[in-house]
Design a protein around this ligand. Sequence first.
Ligand SMILES: Nc1ncnc2c1ncn2[C@@H]1O[C@H](COP(=O)(O)OP(=O)(O)O)[C@@H](O)[C@H]1O
Ligand SMILES: [Mg+2]
Length: 315
Amino acid sequence: MARTIAELKKKKIGVLMGGVSEEREISLKTGRSVASTLRSAGYRVSSIDAGADLATRLRRSRIDVAFIALHGRLGEDGCVQGLLEVMGIPYTGSKVLSSALCMDKAEAKKILAFHGIKTPRWRIVERREEADGLGLPLVIKPVSGGSAIGASIVKNRAAIGRAIARAGRSGRRVMAEGFISGRELTVGVLDSVALPVVEILPKRGFYDFAAKYTKGGCEFEVPARLTPAQEKRVTDSALASCAALGCTGAARVDVILSGRGAAYVIEVNTIPGMTGLSLLPMAAEAAGIDYLSLIERILLGAGCAGGAGQGGAIN
Ligand SMILES: Nc1ncnc2c1ncn2[C@@H]1O[C@H](COP(=O)(O)OP(=O)(O)O)[C@@H](O)[C@H]1O
Ligand SMILES: [Mg+2]
């Protein structure tokens, strides 16, 4: 793939967006924003909606590299990455296995635990009794969700069953996780380097779908006000998580810094949002990397697992 911006400028870039997941609308926002920024900078760009005919569209568009701006099922979970591997088209971000692992919060947490990275205790649950022993409050959420869709905090045992049913809609596996009370942080990681930590200060106590995507739903502090020791703990956890899960390119790690000062990794996002309100561009900006430069950096890291991709612990 391209090693310099000059080489990148000669490539035809496909921005894969939309898709079929619940996060389609967010993905379209990310994709449109990425595509228009690249076009304004003089790149040749093809916007591609990643539906069932994706293979045909990819073949017809004759792109040299794919910028994957998809979130959720069939976009962020290794499936589209696998298709691009088969077609030999270099693509941005994590490779097949890393994408699939990070999309499944329970599998990702097993790997984190194996590497001694702190993550809240959890269990896969189908019935209320299976959450016994985890304590309260709990967060009940789909194993492969996104954008906090279907997630809820339960404070009493009686509410667990309903929360499981809500999270388990459309046949999704559900996990119960110990609720960590603390500061909500997120760490953008770009090519194995941590960006300044962002603190999310939701106005209503829980960073839910509405708070995330409504202007003014949250406030942000970048860089987060942390002591050097806290910052190191949070950043080290994020980098260790990405290394353990084999993430490449850009990723974003959600961390809660507990009242006692422990950094708990909640999840690793392999395709962080890139809309105007998104956290990764915000973190990059604080590091002096503007939006276009961030997109270019991500594109320069594109590859296939067997080809020009950068290796991680897992590829
Ligand atoms: N164990 C937990 N303790 C406290 N808050 C949590 C926990 N798990 C999730 N949350 C809250 O729910 C939000 C969404 O959960 P997350 O696991 O990041 O899923 P998503 O993929 O939907 O972003 C988090 O940003 C956080 O505010
Ligand atoms: Mg999250």
